[in-house]
Design a protein around this ligand. Structure first.
Ligand code: GAR
Length: 196
């Protein structure tokens, strides 16, 4: 009899409200999800942790200011096959990036390589898009490598920037696209892993 390939396990790292995390947790509950979520870890007291706990997912609160933070992070995800950065604001230790080469995904709220890099997150990204007068924005899922927001791009989704947009309205239009794109990319990667 052919052994069924095991679903890859996913560790999700968050720093904030965790809406991208929640879209993954909801998807993971579907019987056809090609992955399981092993844990949700945060680098600060993030509201998203309570959402994960409420769904029965193991959670871990790490202290990004602790001298052992990098080691704690490494240990937290050590047993995961894939890691998803879902609004995670700490820079990953190079040791972790190297150990998980080709296994860490990030979602970014712009069309990379535009408006990425150190310090570019959340509302700041949308403000930069508006300041530049871009006509199109969106979100990007990419592999994580040692540079910030520089890894190979897996998928993008686009929205039109409206004349009356503020960073808030633009961000609010992009966020649901992020939820969809991140889950779609994660599913595809997990399915590919199961075929190996
Ligand atoms: C999302 O918009 C995500 O793309 C962004 O933080 C937000 C987290 O929201 N990430 C970055 O800007 C990373 N550079 P969430 O906690 O509701 O998922």
């Amino acid at each position: 009899m052919l052994a069924l390939a095991e679903k890859p396990s996913v560790g999700i790292l968050i720093s904030g409200q965790g809406s991208n995390m929640l879209s993954i947790l909801q998807d993971a509950e579907r019987p056809d999800a090609p992955y399981t979520v092993r844990l949700v870890a945060a680098d600060r007291s993030a509201p998203g942790l309570a959402l994960a706990k409420a769904r029965g997912v193991p959670t871990l609160l790490l202290d990004r200011k602790s001298p052992s933070f990098e080691e704690d992070l490494l240990q937290a995800v050590a047993s995961c096959d894939l890691v998803v950065l879902a609004g995670f604001l700490s820079i990953l230790p190079p040791k972790l990036v190297r150990a998980f080469k080709g296994r860490i995904l990030n979602i970014h709220p712009s069309l990379l390589p535009a408006h990425g890099g150190r310090g570019m997150y959340g509302k700041k990204v949308h403000a930069a898009v508006l300041a530049q007068g871009d006509l199109i924005s969106g979100c990007t899922v990419h592999w994580v490598e040692e540079g910030v927001d520089t890894g190979a791009i897996l998928a993008k989704a686009k929205v039109l920037v409206l004349r009356e947009d503020t960073p808030e309205t633009l961000g609010a239009r992009i966020l649901p696209l992020e939820h969809w794109l991140l889950v779609a990319a994660l599913r595809q990667i997990a399915e590919e892993r199961m075929k190996r």
